[in-house]
Design a binder for this molecule. Structure first.
Ligand SMILES: *[C@@H]1O[C@H](CO)[C@@H](O)[C@H](O)[C@H]1NC(C)=O
Ligand SMILES: *[C@@H]1O[C@H](CO)[C@@H](O)[C@H](O)[C@H]1NC(C)=O
Length: 168
């Protein structure tokens, strides 16, 4: 590991900082973080070593030569630059966006790596909740018995609902 690091340093002259992992899902958006201390630096974002994501040069976005898969999907945060925050937001994530991103900070000749893992499209949370709950509901399987004891069940549900509302 150390040997690889030294070889990389010798070959490229770049210093790695840390590697972090971000997880997103198809159709979602994700912030790829890049924080550093040097203010007023130029920053080059790359994907898989070479594909151009975006450059931030003299506080301006440069999208010239940007890889097609990032077109209209990258947002930078100019108001954060002065805090050394060169994070970017990737929208409408696809599997093609998976892989390692590097945020190269020109001034200090350092590079941060961010691994992006893309999961399959997430199910809407509300649907998931009801789908998970219904099989556990006590009377849902036998419709006749559920109908046979409406007052008790109804009372219980109202109480639970009332408690939930109170807690909100
Ligand atoms: C950097 O900026 C992004 C986008 O506004 C924000 O989500 C993130 O929290 C910021 N990071 C820090 C450490 O301020
Ligand atoms: C539930 O109701 C349906 C239609 O009313 C009936 O066909 C079915 O047999 C019932 N199931 C049970 C477990 O009673």
């Amino acid at each position: 590991m150390l040997a690889r690091f030294l070889v990389h340093l010798l070959l490229t002259g770049k210093v790695f900082m840390q590697v972090s992992t971000e997880i997103s899902a198809v159709g979602e958006s994700v912030i790829l973080p890049c924080l550093q201390q040097d203010l007023d630096t130029n920053v080059f974002w790359r994907h898989k070593g070479s594909a151009k994501v975006i450059n931030i040069m003299k506080g301006k976005e440069v999208t010239e030569g940007q890889s097609e898969i990032f077109k209209d999907r990258i947002q930078t945060f100019p108001s954060e630059y002065s805090k050394g925050n060169y994070s970017i937001k990737l929208s409408d994530v696809e599997y093609a966006h998976e892989g390692t991103y590097s945020c190269f900070i020109v001034e200090s000749n350092t590079e941060k790596k961010i691994d992006l893992v893309v999961n399959e499209k997430t199910v809407r949370p509300t649907k998931t909740a009801t789908m998970e709950k219904s099989p556990q509901a006590p009377f849902s399987e036998e419709n006749s018995s559920a109908e046979g004891q409406p007052p008790k069940v109804l009372m219980l549900q109202i109480t639970v609902l009332g408690l939930a509302l109170l807690l909100m």
